[in-house]
Design a protein around this ligand. Sequence first.
Ligand code: HEC
Length: 440
Amino acid sequence: MRRVLLSLFGIIGPLAAAPSYYRDIQPILQNQCQGCHQPASKASDLDVTTFEAFEKGGKRGPAFLPGKPDESSTVRYLTGAMKPRMPLAQPALAESDIILFREWIAAGAKDDSPADSTESDAAVYLQPPVITALKFSPDGQTIAVSGNREILLHKADGSKLLHRLPGRAERILSVAFSADGKLLIAGGGTPAQFGEVQIWDVATAKLLRSARLTNDTVFGASLAPDSSKIAVGCADNTVHVFETATGKELYKIGNHENWVLATVFGVDSKRFVSASSDRAAKLIDSASGAFLENVNLLRGELTAIARHPKKDIVVLGGVERYPYIYLMDRPRNMKIADDTTLVRKLDRQDGPINALDWSPDATRIAVASQSAAVNLYDPETGEKKASCTGHSAGIYTVAFSPDSAKLATGGFDGKVRVYSTKDCSLLHSFIPVPLSAGTP
Ligand code: HEC
């Protein structure tokens, strides 16, 4: 009854249902088409990264004719009326997505993107959100911090919010800068909806590429040291690997038996290790996705991994609370209960381990756990050197500064804290998001 009334008043019905370019069309273009149709690789001269470029079309003219879906080349390529069907070499779009294109074009193919999406999209915060990811830029000047549906770039001392990078993913669970500092990659998603990998241009604060994958957030996104590839772990037990330059998925692998929560590449970018709730850390050939060997002896569920800055040695940790330092390589095949590549086991933490980092000068490992402290260890001796306190609850992310002198931490209480790695004295702390006065 209510529905009938609403549609009588025109509140719902064909008009209200007209698809939006910004909400409906652009995300499909971004995820399914942009890999081939972007400024760097304009298949058939078509670039879909902006409305204007998409409108202009490709070799065969405009990509759509407002009001005329059946004569629009996009619809014709999507349905297969024009060959080859788009997206090329991939499964056809869902019928419901093709209908969105048809209806959007039928309704006039309007661009309803907000004029300045940075402003109008900006999340409003009544309280600081849980911090799940942060990293220093390679020049040490900036810290990237996760927010709600955005990444925030701050001056490293917290004195200024430089940029807000709004995306569609509700949560950002990992961030990484390329070695030259030009790109920022992020992994996250909207729970129970989609996972997303984002690739940002740091200088312009623009989203260059994004890829959606699986039906849930993705975890532990990491960038190869040579920036060529991005690996992410997923809740469907897979690891997906993307080409950074195009945002194209290269392959996915499914050799874990539970959520994959962390990944890290080896020094030469040719291999990576994935760590999972199935307790295993697996060494993978990053060119082919081939499984090479198991890194560890199975113990507790793994949630975090970090690599020595110059050697193929990793530190692993998780539910069992002990950080384990392992060689990535085995001189011989793994035998049953073979633990010969274990270099060192560090102290038991006061809570499950959430995050790890290895200082760029190789002299410290930071271990963050569900307890509110981050412990710093000397990886050579295993000795605990300092404990950084002040958080009121679990810590989810830690990152050393490029000069190894500072450690940034973030977690449940929503505050970024920056400590001296020498003695864990607190240098400064800040709330990374602009807080609005709430209506009670
Ligand atoms: C894997 C690469 C790839 C993907 C992904 C892809 N395309 Fe294409 N597209 C091509 C190539 C190659 C051509 C040229 C085909 C030809 O003419 O043989 C093309 C041509 C087109 C054309 C015709 C342009 C012109 O004027 O010549 C349209 C429109 C188009 N694609 C739309 C899309 C849409 C929409 C998507 C996403 C749903 C998509 N494409 C995804 C590679 C791709």
